[in-house]
Ligand binder design. Structure first.
Ligand code: HEC
Length: 139
């Protein structure tokens, strides 16, 4: 009985702690690395003509791009947050939507045997990644 009660308490505490901490720079870097890996996997899937590898990469990429947002330090810094609100947040949402659309295109095209169009969608995603890096931090 006691053990059963503990579970919701732990879950609540964890959710609260996450809300307090928000999204950290470390978490965003990990998400970025995850997306870079997903892009490599997709490319490997093209070369090995392996639809499953392509699909896995698309899945990871689409899920991870959902996380990308201003980190806590940026949200708490008024100037930077304003910058996000004015330009970057809008830009990020647009880029996120494009990346998700193009990721879906990759899967659809590659599934139907159109590797050329799949590759085109892939390079459009790379463009979107770099667009944010260049706009945001001159990466
Ligand atoms: C909305 C903006 C945005 C988008 C979109 C974006 N990035 Fe990033 N990326 C960043 C920022 C900001 C950093 C710097 C992270 C930091 O050091 O705080 C970064 C850093 C990185 C890094 C370096 C991580 C490290 O180890 O230091 C990689 C790799 C990366 N991004 C890959 C990608 C890939 C691949 C995509 C597209 C699928 C992408 N990014 C899309 C903003 C973005």
């Amino acid at each position: 009985m006691k053990k059963l009660l503990l579970i919701p308490i732990i879950a609540t505490t964890f959710a609260f702690a996450q809300g307090e901490e928000g999204y950290t720079q470390g978490e965003r870097i990990l998400d970025m690395q995850k997306m870079a890996q997903a892009m490599q996997d997709i490319q490997a899937g093209f070369f090995y003509n392996n639809l499953d590898i392509v699909k896995d990469g698309v899945k990871v990429l689409s899920a991870t791009i959902e996380n990308i947002r201003p980190i806590n330090a940026e949200v708490n810094n008024k100037d930077i947050y304003e910058r996000w609100l004015n330009n970057d947040l809008k830009m990020s949402n647009k880029i996120r939507k494009k990346i998700k659309n193009k990721a879906k295109d990759i899967e659809d095209r590659f599934s139907s045997g159109d590797a050329v169009q799949a590759l085109q969608a892939y390079s459009k995603i790379t463009q979107q990644c770099l667009k944010c890096h260049i706009n945001l931090r001159k990466w």
